[in-house]
Design a protein around this ligand. Structure first.
Ligand code: CTP
Length: 247
């Protein structure tokens, strides 16, 4: 191209954008999840009763969103399948797929599963949904109302059963016998890690900005202190990155 002297030839400085891109790629390649496809489920699901009512839960989605951000900052391309939350994501490497019900979350997660290298199921999925959704708003009748519920698909278990190369991480929220229950879930759902948070720990669990977790692996357990959800996400992503390096 044209040089500063006005001559044309070799020696022209590369465009600053290209230099910046080359430096960025160089450093990105050193990130723990560089080039990995990460599928994350987050938030609650809403199971419709009628056009205006649903069965839901207190999940804020904060843990799953923090994981998505930290994974993207570590070089991953993230698909975040999210139930209804008030949270926003702006990272260019995070694609948000909004869903409402457990069935929609199952369909969306299944769609992205094959190309995922890492799957993190942080969503609080409803285990039951009304067997029938009333077409019109249910009216008060001055008597008890019985709702019949049926089981939803266990998304993580169903993906775990089809696992090939994917590294799979689940969450367990337990009120008693945490370790034993989590260990059983790890095996039943064919997972590599299960993140246990106990509702008995103050500051842990739903709606808070902090969490206290243990990462249960097949062979050992790591206990962490009470931390912000962002720091907890950093711990989890670091452990996943370390495990992938050893794979
Ligand atoms: N999970 C899921 N689909 C469901 C239920 C749960 O993908 N229908 C995932 C959650 O995202 C979480 C893990 O499974 O990662 C554990 O969920 P939890 O509800 O604690 O466990 P369950 O298997 O439902 O067992 P239980 O209700 O007996 O505690």
């Amino acid at each position: 191209g044209e040089l500063a002297s006005g001559l044309v030839g070799k020696g022209r400085m590369a465009e600053p954008e290209h230099i910046f891109q080359a430096i960025e790629t160089h450093y990105k390649k050193q990130l723990k999840l560089y080039g990995k496809q990460v599928l994350i489920t987050a938030g609650p699901t809403y199971e419709a009763i009628d056009p205006v009512r649903f069965i839901g839960n207190h999940s804020s989605g904060k843990m799953g969103y923090a994981l998505a951000e930290v994974a993207a900052e570590n070089g991953a391309s993230v698909t975040l399948v999210s139930g209804p939350t008030a949270l926003k994501i702006s990272h260019p490497e995070i694609r948000v797929v909004p869903v409402v019900s457990a069935e929609e979350m199952f369909q969306a997660a299944t769609r992205f599963f094959e190309r995922a290298d890492v799957v993190i199921a942080a969503a609080a999925v409803a285990d039951y949904r009304p067997r029938k959704v009333a077409e019109q708003k249910i009216k008060k009748k001055g008597e008890d109302l019985v709702l019949e519920l049926e089981e939803t698909t266990d998304i993580l278990k169903s993906l775990g059963a089809r696992k090939s190369h994917q590294f799979m991480v689940g969450f367990a929220l337990e009120t008693e016998h945490g370790r034993e229950n989590a260990q059983r879930k790890l095996e039943r759902k064919n997972l590599d890690f299960i993140v246990l948070n106990s509702l008995q720990d103050r500051g842990a669990g739903f709606k808070t900005d902090t969490n206290k977790i243990s990462i249960i692996k097949k062979a050992d357990v790591l206990d962490f202190d009470l931390k912000s959800k962002r720091e907890v996400a950093q711990d989890i992503i670091r452990e996943i990155g370390n495990a992938l390096e050893l794979k």
